[in-house]
Design a protein around this ligand. Structure first.
Ligand SMILES: NC(=O)c1ccc[n+]([C@@H]2O[C@H](COP(=O)([O-])OP(=O)(O)OC[C@H]3O[C@@H](n4cnc5c(N)ncnc54)[C@H](OP(=O)(O)O)[C@@H]3O)[C@@H](O)[C@H]2O)c1
Length: 301
């Protein structure tokens, strides 16, 4: 039986669906059983636990052959100190692993997590890796995932209104765009296989590297709009725009740091691109299946 934390989130749901589809027993953990009802309908056992509650998590982890450990959500836009939130969840997951006696963990981390500083919210994932990897007797595989294609969905409305996507990344810089469903499916595969010992790192680099300019071209093609442009925003303008949307200073600082870190290659992939570090879903397929339907449904401003 495998325990999936963040089962109501994107990678967690995909991990649970993969394992259930492969015939494994799954315990899906989230804060509300109601939001896990679809997984229960597919045969998952559901366990309610707040990710900041180590005792509840330890109860959920007991008896598992392996755990998928994820700090979710992706970020909390209005949080005054998101790093403290990440540390609280990381401590809770770590305590629960140690106390439950689980010996196999797949943890979700990120490209850039090798560095302690200068990587925005990935700093918290670096600390998560350090903390959980220190638990003795546990085989932990860290999936250092690339840049989620789902981040593009934040741009649906502005793309619809202005035929423009703005971001702080250099237009031609190749980015390891990866889908959350592929990350989750791989987490499920690795948990079930359990082929590693000690602490290991596996980068998930997506189907191929794609620049923002190319991604915007793929979107333009899918929504049949010739006048689509990519606007490379300065970090200061990006930060100001986030603040204008009500994002806290702390989270806006972190997001701007991601832009700086990616553009300077402080955050970069370090393992060779191989079948094992690659994942199947192309940017074209993601845009066709996820972005374009939302774009068509969005109301023009
Ligand atoms: N964005 C990227 O490009 C990128 C790249 C690499 C790694 N990552 C990492 O991926 C992880 C996110 O994984 P994901 O995308 O699978 O998660 P996610 O989909 O963002 O998680 C959403 C879930 O978060 C939970 N949640 C929402 N608000 C919460 C709160 N205040 N307290 C506790 N839980 C809350 C909810 O679960 P319930 O309501 O069911 O409890 C919700 O279903 C992060 O650690 C992020 O750093 C992101």
């Amino acid at each position: 039986m495998f325990v999936i934390t963040g089962a109501g989130g994107r990678t967690g749901r995909a991990a649970a669906v993969h394992l259930l589809g492969a015939g494994y027993r799954v315990r899906a953990v989230g804060r509300s059983a109601r939001r896990l009802a679809d997984l229960a309908a597919r045969g998952a056992e559901v366990s309610e636990a707040d990710p900041a509650d180590p005792a509840a998590l330890a109860d959920a982890f007991r008896g598992a052959d392996g755990v998928y450990a994820v700090i979710q959500p992706n970020y909390l836009p209005d949080h005054p100190d998101f790093g403290a939130f990440q540390d609280q969840v990381a401590a809770s997951l770590t305590t629960a692993v140690a106390e439950s006696g689980v010996t196999r963990v797949v943890g979700l981390s990120s490209w850039g997590a090798r560095h302690a500083t200068g990587t925005g919210p990935v700093r918290g994932l670096h600390r998560f890796e350090q903390r959980l990897s220190a638990v003795p007797g546990v085989d932990t595989l860290w999936l250092r995932a690339g840049y989620f294609m789902e981040n593009l969905l934040d741009h649906v409305d502005s793309a619809r209104s202005h035929h423009r996507i703005s971001a702080p990344f250099e237009p031609g810089l190749p980015l390891p765009f990866v889908t959350t469903r592929d990350v989750g499916a791989r987490a499920g595969e690795e948990l079930a296989a359990g082929t590693w010992h000690g602490t290991k790192i596996l980068e998930l680099q997506g189907e191929r590297d794609v620049s923002m300019r190319e991604a915007v071209g793929v979107i333009a093609n899918a929504v049949r709009a010739d006048d689509f442009t990519y606007e490379h925003t300065s970090l200061a303008d990006f930060h100001a725009a986030l603040r204008g949307q009500g994002v806290s200073v702390d989270v806006a600082d972190m997001m701007a740091e991601v832009g700086e870190s990616v553009n300077s290659r402080h955050t970069r992939m370090e393992q060779p691109r191989t079948a094992r570090t690659s994942t199947p879903t192309s940017i074209e397929r993601f845009v066709e299946e996820e972005f374009a339907p939302r774009y068509r449904a969005a109301r023009s401003a």
